[in-house]
Ligand binder design. Structure first.
Ligand SMILES: Nc1ncnc2c1ncn2[C@@H]1O[C@H](COP(=O)(O)OP(=O)(O)OP(=O)(O)O)[C@@H](O)[C@H]1O
Length: 210
């Protein structure tokens, strides 16, 4: 790899009261690469993603974004990283379209790009026909696609996804793999914790934990 990787872990380790949450882990993800994180239940996948988010402190080693420590308090870090790791806040009284548009507007402002990105994301995830519904009026899988829409509608150098296949049928998992490949081709780095072979196949690199 030449240049600074978007995401890099060097001996990243998390222990808590003598328990190992994440064993020492080292790898690097370049711009435009999608990597998966695999391993059994409790092997540390979510812990690793949270370390890159900056919401879980390491006890040894480093997790960096563009060579800087992952730190939620730094605005450049928050600008670089989009994530669907912990549940995204959802407004009960706004439609899916309004919420996706609101997130787009927070990045693209009062420009035509806001509607363009919102509609493209809703369309790509098959949510356009459900745009006028409220969150309680869609299924679990559709709610998962909505969470992905809120994550993917914004620009990001790196996208962290924790088991994005949750509640999705085979066709939607395939769609997600395609989306990942397309967005990576535009330069975004992906780190995806998954138990889904189709998503592993869509990735160019793999970190096996446990
Ligand atoms: N707050 C906590 N206190 C103590 N142990 C924790 C805490 N959070 C997680 N753990 C432990 O850390 C380990 C790693 O958890 P983590 O959620 O990262 O695993 P995972 O690989 O994402 O698992 P899964 O596939 O089940 O989602 C587990 O053994 C878990 O029990």
């Amino acid at each position: 790899m030449t240049g600074t990787p978007v995401l890099a872990a060097h001996g990243a380790t998390v222990t808590l009261d003598g328990t190992t949450l994440l064993a020492p882990t080292t790898f690097a993800v370049a711009a435009g690469e999608s990597w998966c994180v695999t391993g059994g239940n409790g092997s540390g996948k979510t812990t690793l993603l949270r370390a890159f988010l900056g919401s879980r402190s390491l006890t040894a080693g480093t997790c960096t974004v563009w060579g800087e420590p992952a730190d939620l308090t730094r605005a450049p870090h928050r600008r670089s990283v989009a994530s669907l790791v912990d549940p995204v806040p959802v407004a009960r009284d706004m439609t899916l379209r309004e919420q996706v548009t609101l997130v787009a507007a927070s990045w693209y402002g009062d420009t035509p790009e806001t509607a363009t990105h919102a509609e493209a994301t809703l369309g790509r995830l098959g949510l356009a026909p459900l745009g006028e519904r409220f969150p309680h009026q869609v299924s679990s899988g559709q709610l998962q696609l909505f969470g992905l829409a809120l994550t993917l509608v914004r620009p990001a150098d790196a996208v962290l996804l924790d088991e994005p296949e949750r509640h999705l049928d085979r066709r939607r998992v395939g769609l997600l793999g395609t989306l990942l490949t397309e967005r990576a081709a535009e330069g975004t780095a992906f780190l995806v914790a998954t138990h889904e072979p189709a998503l592993v196949d869509a990735c160019v690199g793999r970190v096996e934990l446990g």
